[in-house]
Design a protein around this ligand. Structure first.
Ligand code: UT7
Length: 373
């Protein structure tokens, strides 16, 4: 029997702190009018002290599990797509696994910038379709505010923090992720890059002095690339899924710039009423932007069970991709009484105790075994 990967849970988490265009105009030489007219962004959310990619991701994950009515212990795989991981290693996915107490889940990070959420969805869907796993948590989580040079007006106006999560579950019922397209062109690697801090250019006082640990971007080149590839990837994903553009209810694009989205929609000949846009309130949250836009559209009743959706993204790499989805929502058989988010504090206590017990056992093992291995 053919297996399908359905999106059965969804959740988001954004920091409370809001940075408006007027706030930015007090920090760099810019204006509210310039930012709105060139990007469509009015405000963005910025992580506070104590918030991080993993903490936002874990909150979004528990909300998504609550919608799917499954507990963290049911999750087989966690993929965190991010360009602002907590560390080079271990993966942020492992930290999320620990924070939510997902005892049997494998976990890894996926680095494909703003396209990452689509690629992570595709990877998780394929693992479910082959039967190797049944339940996956796919996260797009970013705190890009920590990589932004707050003195560079060409980039600091764009980015915001946030996280979104989908639960994917296997079923024989047709639907869910129907196709995906993944592309890359590394010849454009330098167009959007954090130059230092990796193995090529390890952090030194000089790299910090030169600001090479910040995001560097050639905005116009990225703009041109984005409008070109969004049409192409959307059409390919639709064709692979055996749909036509007329049958698509919603195009949910990566939320980078209102003008990029409008140009792509025009080229696709899709009216803006069928395109989900929320970047005015969140800015560019990179790989978190597609789940953030999707969850808002579900909450306000636009996206409904039975809708056909195309997700399309682009970003650093260069990378781009799209996925066509038949939105089914909660699977009929999953009606369990589980509330990971309503009892968020309880789950946090459980996950923390679980983590401390594991650390304690390791400590005791160390005492017993000493230096012997
Ligand atoms: O997830 C993918 C991430 N990246 C993107 O999606 C970025 C795609 N690119 C863009 O969104 C746009 O290129 C930007 C919004 C970044 C820039 O808009 P633009 O229309 O391409 O502006 P520009 O770079 O051509 O700059 C036009 C002028 C320049 O001044 P001069 O040289 O004409 O005197 C800039 O210095 O605007 C100036 N400028 C600003 N002025 C006020 C650049 N940034 C600002 C600013 N406020 N924040």
């Amino acid at each position: 029997m053919k297996r399908y990967a359905h999106i059965t849970g969804w959740g988001i988490s954004v920091p409370e702190r809001v940075l408006t265009n007027d706030d930015l105009a007090r920090m760099v030489d810019t204006t509210d009018e310039w930012i709105i007219s060139r990007t469509g962004i009015r405000q963005r959310h910025i992580a506070g002290d104590g918030q991080s990619t993993a903490s936002l991701g874990a909150e979004a994950a528990l909300r998504a599990l609550e919608v799917a009515k499954i507990s963290p212990g049911d999750v087989d795989l966690i993929i965190v797509s991010t360009s602002s991981p907590e560390h080079l290693f271990p993966s942020t996915a492992s930290l999320v696994q620990d924070r939510i107490g997902a005892g049997k889940a494998g976990a890894f990070d996926l680095s494909a910038a703003c396209t990452g959420f689509i690629i992570a969805l595709s990877m998780a869907a394929q693992a479910i379709q082959t039967g190797s796993i049944n339940t996956a948590l796919v996260l797009g989580a970013e705190t890009l505010s920590r990589l932004v040079n707050w003195e560079d007006r060409t980039t600091c106006i764009l980015f915001g923090d946030g996280a979104g999560a989908f639960v994917l579950q296997g079923s024989e019922q047709p639907g869910g992720i129907l196709s995906s397209v993944m592309r890359s062109d590394g010849s454009g690697a330098d167009l959007l890059i954090v130059p230092a801090g990796g193995s090529k250019l390890p952090t030194t006082p000089q790299t910090v002095q030169d600001g090479l640990h910040y995001i560097h971007m050639n905005g116009q080149e990225v703009f041109r690339f984005a409008t070109r590839v969004m049409k192409q990837a959307t059409e390919e994903a639709i064709e692979l899924a055996g749909m036509t553009l007329d049958e698509v209810d919603w195009v949910i694009p990566h939320q980078a710039n209102q003008r990029i989205i409008e140009t792509a929609a025009k080229r696709l000949k899709v009216p803006m009423e069928r395109v989900v846009v929320n970047l005015d309130r969140y800015g560019n949250t990179s790989t978190a932007s597609i789940p953030l836009a999707t969850v808002e559209a579900i909450r306000d009743g636009r996206v409904q069970s039975g809708d056909r959706i195309v997700f399309v993204g682009f970003g650093a790499g260069l990378t781009w991709g799209a996925a066509a989805v038949l939105w089914t929502g909660l699977l009929a058989e999953e009606k369990r009484l589980i509330w990971p988010y309503r009892f968020y504090n309880l789950y946090q206590v459980y996950a923390r105790v679980r983590s401390w017990v594991l650390r304690f056992v390791r400590f005791i093992e160390g005492v017993i075994w000493g230096k012997r291995v």
